[in-house]
Design a protein around this ligand. Structure first.
Ligand SMILES: Cc1cc2nc3c(=O)[nH]c(=O)nc-3n(C[C@H](O)[C@H](O)[C@H](O)COP(=O)(O)OP(=O)(O)OC[C@H]3O[C@@H](n4cnc5c(N)ncnc54)[C@H](O)[C@@H]3O)c2cc1C
Length: 388
C-alpha cells in the first residue's frame, strides 16, 4: 500500500479546480433554477481536454483511467458545481466504456473522437417505466429488417436526452421466453435521439435541474446494423464494465458534493455567533461535522480501491458497489448535517447547501439504488441466498 501523493493526480486536481473557479455558486444556482444546461462550463471543460478523459488516445481522448476520471468529477463536485456540473461530462466517461471495449473499429473511429472533442453527446437509455431495477424485464424492442433494426418502446429517466445526439440504448432483440438466461436476448444499440421518431419529455424533478432527465419514446426508429455495440443478444454483458465505472464515478461525485457542503458548514460554524459564541463550539454541531469528514474519507479510500481494480482490469463488482454505497451515504450525511449547521439558512437557496443536499440525495436512488447494492453484497460477497 502506497499513499505517497501522486504528482500527476495533483496536476489534474489543480487544472480542474482552476476551470471550476470561474463558475460560482451563483452560476450553478441560476442554471439549476432556470433549468438551463451549463454550456459555458461544458465549453471550458472541453477546452481543458476533460470531456474525453477516459477515451483512448488513438480516438482523441486523454487515455487516462477511471482513477483520473474520478478525480476530475470529485473536483468538479467539490467546487460547488455538484451533480449539475458532473452530469455535463459523466455520461461521456462511463458511457463510452461499452463502446471502447466492444464497439467495432469503424464505430469507434466514427464516434469516439467526436465525443472526446465535446462535439457529440451520448445519453444512456436503460431504465424503463415498468421494468425498474429488473433490467431483464425491458420491453423496448428492436426488430431486424435488412440492414436496420426497427426500435419501438419507451425509456424513462434518460439524462441529457435533450442535448444528446445519440443514446446508448438497451433493447430486447429476442423474447425472454426464448432465452436460456433472462439477461440474454438483450442488445446495445447506438441510436439517434434528435429525430422525429423519438419523443423526448423532461421529467419535473426535485434536484439537479440544469440537466434534465427525460421520458423518451421510440416509434419505428431505424438504427443501422453497424451501430450495434458488441454482439446481438449479448448487450447486457457489454453494459457491465460501464456500470461498474458509473458506480465509482457517482461515488466520487457524492464525496465531492459532500465535501462542498462540509466546507460551507465548517466555515459557517466558525463564524455564526449564537449565545455569544461560535455555534461550532457546541459539540452537537462539531461532532456531526467531524463524523461527516471521517465518513467522506473512508468513502474516498473505497473509491481508490475500486478505481485501482477497474483500471488494472481486475474484477471490481464488490468494490464498485461498496464505493457507490459508502459515497452516497457519506455525501448525503455531510449535506444533511451541513443543512442543520446552517439552521434556517440551510434551506435558503442563497447559501447553496440546500442545492447540494437535493443533488446528492439522488445518488441513493440511482444509477442503482442502495438496496440493490446491499442485495449484491449479500448474494455475491456473503453468499446469502438471493431474495428476489
Ligand atoms: C436523476 C436521475 C437520473 C437518471 N438517469 C438515468 C439515465 O441517464 N439512464 C437510465 O437508464 N436511467 C437513469 N436513471 C434511472 C435510475 O437508474 C433508476 O431510477 C434506478 O435504477 C431505480 O429504478 P426505478 O426508479 O424504476 O426503481 P424501482 O425498480 O421501481 O424500485 C423502487 C424501489 O424498490 C427497491 N427495490 C426493488 N426491488 C428490490 C429488491 N429485490 N430488493 C430490495 N429493494 C428493491 C429499489 O431499490 C427502489 O428503492 C436516473 C434516475 C434518476 C433519479
Amino acid at each position: 500500500m502506497d499513499f505517497t501523493p501522486n504528482e500527476e493526480h495533483r496536476l489534474i486536481r489543480d487544472a480542474v479546480r482552476k476551470i471550476c473557479s470561474d463558475f460560482t455558486d451563483e452560476y450553478w444556482a441560476k442554471c439549476d433554477k432556470e433549468h438551463k444546461f451549463p454550456w459555458e462550463f461544458h465549453k471550458a471543460l472541453v477546452a481543458g481536454g476533460w470531456a474525453g478523459v477516459a477515451i483512448p488516445e488513438e480516438y482523441g481522448g486523454a487515455g487516462l483511467g477511471i482513477t483520473e476520471a474520478a478525480i476530475v468529477l470529485e473536483e468538479i463536485a467539490v467546487s460547488g458545481a455538484a451533480f449539475n456540473g458532473c452530469s455535463v461530462v459523466h455520461g461521456g466517461i462511463f458511457g463510452m466504456e461499452p463502446l471502447v471495449r466492444f464497439g467495432s473499429d469503424e464505430l469507434k473511429q466514427r464516434i469516439l473522437p467526436r465525443v472526446a472533442s465535446g462535439e457529440m453527446h451520448i445519453a444512456f437509455g436503460v431504465t424503463e417505466p415498468n421494468a425498474g431495477v429488473d433490467t431483464s424485464k425491458i420491453i423496448t424492442r428492436a426488430r431486424r429488417e435488412g440492414d436496420y433494426y426497427i426500435v419501438n418502446g419507451a425509456k424513462v429517466w434518460t439524462s441529457k436526452a435533450l442535448e444528446s445526439d445519440k443514446v446508448l440504448l438497451l433493447v430486447r432483440t429476442k423474447p425472454v421466453e426464448e432465452c436460456r438466461n433472462r439477461m440474454d436476448g438483450i442488445s446495445l444499440l447506438l441510436a439517434d435521439l434528435q429525430v422525429p421518431e423519438v419523443t423526448i419529455t423532461p421529467i419535473d424533478k426535485g434536484g439537479r435541474n440544469a440537466v434534465a432527465s427525460c421520458e423518451t419514446v421510440y416509434e419505428n426508429l431505424k438504427v443501422p446494423v453497424g451501430d450495434l455495440v458488441g454482439k446481438e443478444n449479448e448487450g447486457f454483458k457489454c453494459l457491465l464494465p460501464g456500470l461498474n465505472a458509473e458506480r465509482i464515478l457517482v461515488a466520487a461525485e457524492s464525496v465531492g458534493t459532500g465535501r462542498a457542503a462540509l466546507n460551507k458548514a465548517v466555515a459557517y460554524a466558525k463564524e455564526r455567533i449564537v449565545f455569544d459564541r461560535p455555534i461550532g463550539k457546541n459539540q452537537a454541531i462539531a461532532h456531526p461535522l467531524a463524523k461527516a469528514y471521517s465518513q467522506l474519507k473512508v468513502a474516498s479510500l473505497a473509491i481508490q480501491e475500486a478505481c485501482w481494480r477497474i483500471d488494472n482490469n481486475m474484477s471490481c463488482g464488490e468494490e464498485a458497489n461498496i464505493a457507490k454505497y459508502l459515497g452516497a451515504e457519506a455525501g448525503f450525511y455531510a449535506a444533511d448535517r451541513a443543512m442543520q449547521t446552517l439552521g434556517g439558512y440551510g434551506i435558503a437557496e442563497e447559501y447553496g447547501v440546500c442545492r447540494y443536499w437535493r443533488e446528492v440525495r439522488i445518488a441513493q436512488l440511482g444509477p442503482v439504488p442502495q438496496e440493490m447494492i446491499l442485495n449484491y453484497i449479500s448474494e455475491h460477497t456473503l453468499g446469502l441466498p438471493r431474495s428476489y
